[in-house]
Design a binder for this molecule. Structure first.
Ligand code: AMP
Ligand code: MG
Length: 289
């Protein structure tokens, strides 16, 4: 199982293009040795603040968009991640889309139609709670289309994501990796604790018996659709605090690498605007400023 020795300083696992993923080799309860539980909340708060600042630059520069895809088994913490990692981001610069069972209108189109429509515009940070990957996950596990149809979709997905990245969308995909025991514990808590009962979805309980099929479908999706431009990350997600920290850190690091570019973009725009203003002054169309 991949552990400290393999991870180095990395908090999570990036799937390289062409890797053949075996999820059994990744420990869902992993915690990097550099991370201390008692410091994690403070670190997450600091990352949250930096994320807010970077998002402001992203929005002002209007040059890139960011698409963050969250996938994972039921109870893996997709909703929790969104509420904890993005608490300090300006809602104006963010879109969150959840993908459910397709509506009749969605089902009457190709599987990417509903997804492409809500891909983040320039300057926006888009979060997908589930995504186009459901069409090679639940659809495959439950034979909702023939293998002939779903097996072509990996290629379609790669083409689609390439279209996005070629148009300046920074794509990050996170698989929240929990163990079956952890899922059982989380589902049990929902049945035993009154204040968690509202989270019960009967389908989650029914889906449990397909665990192995889902793991296989996930492994295939991660293997076939992790590219240099749109990588998959496997997030050890048994510990909620660690999951939040690992995702926040990865997102912030990625955005940091564009910071100078975004600043230059803004400075160039500032210069253009000042030059345009000077022309108005020269033509005496503005005289008091
Ligand atoms: P939740 O995320 O708990 O609100 O549940 C949404 C449900 O919609 C999950 O059971 C997904 O598997 C299901 N779903 C999402 N996309 C699709 C799809 N393309 N086809 C069938 N079911 C889907
Ligand atoms: Mg659910």
């Amino acid at each position: 199982m991949k552990g400290r020795d393999v991870m180095g300083d990395e908090l999570l696992w990036k799937v390289s293009e062409g890797d053949s993923v075996n999820l059994k080799k990744y420990d869902p309860a992993y915690v990097a040795s550099s991370v201390k539980r008692e410091e994690a909340d403070q670190q997450l708060a600091a990352l949250g603040q930096e994320l807010g600042e970077l998002q402001e630059l992203l929005a002002a520069a209007q040059h890139h968009s960011i698409l963050m895809v969250l996938q994972g088994m039921d109870t893996s913490g997709k909703d929790g991640t969104i509420s904890h990692v993005f608490s300090q981001v300006n809602p104006q610069g963010c879109t969150v889309n959840s993908f459910k069972v397709p509506t009749p209108e969605e089902a009457a189109h190709d599987f990417l139609w509903r997804v492409h429509k809500v891909a983040p515009a320039k300057g926006m940070l888009g979060i997908f709670n589930r995504s186009h990957y459901e069409d090679v996950l639940v659809v495959r596990v439950h034979n909702l289309t023939s293998e002939d149809v779903w097996s072509r979709r990996y290629k379609d997905i790669n083409h689609f994501e390439r279209l996005l990245t070629e148009n300046n969308t920074i794509v990050l995909k996170f698989f929240l990796h929990i163990s079956q025991d952890e899922q059982t514990a989380r589902l049990r808590a929902r049945t035993e604790e009154k204040d968690k009962a509202w989270k019960i979805s009967v389908s989650d309980f029914a889906e449990r018996k397909y665990w192995d099929d889902y793991q296989k479908a996930y492994a295939d999706a991660l293997s076939k659709c992790s590219t240099k431009e749109a990588p998959w990350y496997i997030v050890p997600a048994n510990h909620k605090w660690y999951r939040n920290l690992a995702i926040a850190q990865t997102l912030v690091e990625t955005m940091r690498s564009y910071k100078d570019e975004w600043k230059q973009e803004l400075e160039a725009r500032g210069r253009e605007e000042l030059a345009a203003l000077q022309q108005l002054r020269d033509r005496k169309e503005v005289t008091d400023l």
